[in-house]
Design a protein around this ligand. Sequence first.
Ligand SMILES: NC(=O)c1ccc[n+]([C@@H]2O[C@H](COP(=O)([O-])OP(=O)(O)OC[C@H]3O[C@@H](n4cnc5c(N)ncnc54)[C@H](O)[C@@H]3O)[C@@H](O)[C@H]2O)c1
Length: 388
Amino acid sequence: MKFGVSVLSQINKITVLGSGIMGHGIAQISAMNGYDVVLRDIEEKFLDNAMSKIRWSLDKMVEKNKINKQESDKIHGRIRPVVDLKEALQDTDLLIEAVPEDLKLKKKVYSEVDQFAQEKTIYSSNTSTLPISEISQLTNRPSRFIGLHFFNPPQLMKLVEVIPGVNTDKSTVDLGIDFVKSLSKVPIVCNKDVPGFIVNRIFIPLVHEAAYSLENDGKTMTEIDSAVKYKLFLPMGIFELADYTGLDVVHKATIEMYSRDKKVVNPHPKIEQLFSSGKLGKKSGEGFYSYVDENYERVPLSEEEARRYDPIRILSVAINNAAWLISNGVCTREDVELALKIGMGLKRELFEIGRENGFKKIVSTLSELQEKNGSFYTPDPYLKTISS
Ligand SMILES: NC(=O)c1ccc[n+]([C@@H]2O[C@H](COP(=O)([O-])OP(=O)(O)OC[C@H]3O[C@@H](n4cnc5c(N)ncnc54)[C@H](O)[C@@H]3O)[C@@H](O)[C@H]2O)c1
C-alpha cells in the first residue's frame, strides 16, 4: 500500500460522484494512494457522514499500526467534500461516478456533468449492472468512458472489473487498468459489456437456482447452504451471501440483467417476494434468515448437513454461466477463476470443482433442467468440449 504521490502521471485529481457505500470507500483508497480527491454529493449532510466514515476507517488503520496519525491526517486532507458540481469537476482528470443504480438518475447526472467537465476528464462508472455502452453514448465522450466496477467494501476488496463500452478507445482501457493497479487492486477486463459483467453473472443466478432447489429438492436452507460452503467452497452459504449482499441489491441486479438478456438468469419469485415485503437480508434483520445481532452474525452451517445435499444443479448453473463468458470471449478461464477467488472468496477453482463432480454429469444435469425448464439451462458448447 502506498501513501505517497500517485503513480499515474496523467491522473492527479479525481472526482468521485456520490459519497454513499461505494463512493466514500473509493475516495478513501484513491487518497491513500496519493490522488487528490473531490468527493461530491447533493447535500452537505451526506458528505459529513462520508467524511466521518473515512475518518473512522483511517483511525482503525492507525490503531492497527498500518499507518501513523500523520499519514492518516494527510490522507483525510487529500479528500475535499464539495456540493457544487461545477466546482467539483474543475480541473479533474478522472471522474468516478457512484450515484444510485438507477439509469434515469445516471442519465441526468451525466447530462449535468457534460456541462462542466473539461475536455481532458475521463469518465468512469461504478455501476454493477447497467450497460456501459448505453450510459457512455449519452455523454459527449463515449470513447473516453469506462466501467470501473469496484466491489464492496472498496477499502478491502481487491477486485475491480474494468468494462469498456463499444466505443471506448484502447488508451482509456489501458488507463483504467493502470489506475486500478495504482490503487493496489487487481483489474480484470470484461472484454464485452455483458449483463452482470463477470462476477454478478455467476453470483446472481446462483441465488435463484438455490431458491429453486429449496422449493423442489426437499432440503432445508441450512442443508443447501452447508453444501455450498463445504462442497462448492464458497466462504458462506449462498442464501447467507444473498442476505449479506442485500436482497434489494440482488433483486435490482436480477431485474436489470434479465431485462437485457433472458439467458443470464432464471428468476425465482422468492427474491421478489422477500424484497417486496421489506425483507432485505442482514441490514433489515430478516431475509432468507432472521438475524438478531447487528454485528457479524453467521448462520450455523456444518459438514454433517452438507452431506445431505448434492449441490449439482447449483454448481452446473455456475459453471454454465462461467463457460458462456469464456466461449463468448468476455474473459479467459483464468480471469473467471481469479474474479471468483477475489470477488466472491471462492476457495477452489470452479472448473476444478466441476472436474471433480464430472463435466458429463454437469452437462446431463443441465440438459435435464433444459427439458423441464427451458433454454436458460442449455449447456454451453464450451462444456461439451471439456467433457468429451
Ligand atoms: N453497494 C454495493 O454493494 C455496490 C457494489 C458495487 C457497485 N455498486 C454500484 O455503485 C453505485 C453506488 O452504489 P452505493 O451502494 O454506493 O449507493 P448509495 O445509495 O450508498 O450512495 C449513492 C450516493 O449518491 C448520492 N447521489 C445521488 N444523486 C447524486 C448526484 N446527482 N451527484 C452526486 N451524488 C449523488 C446519494 O446522495 C448517495 O449518497 C451504484 O451504481 C451501484 O450499483 C454498489
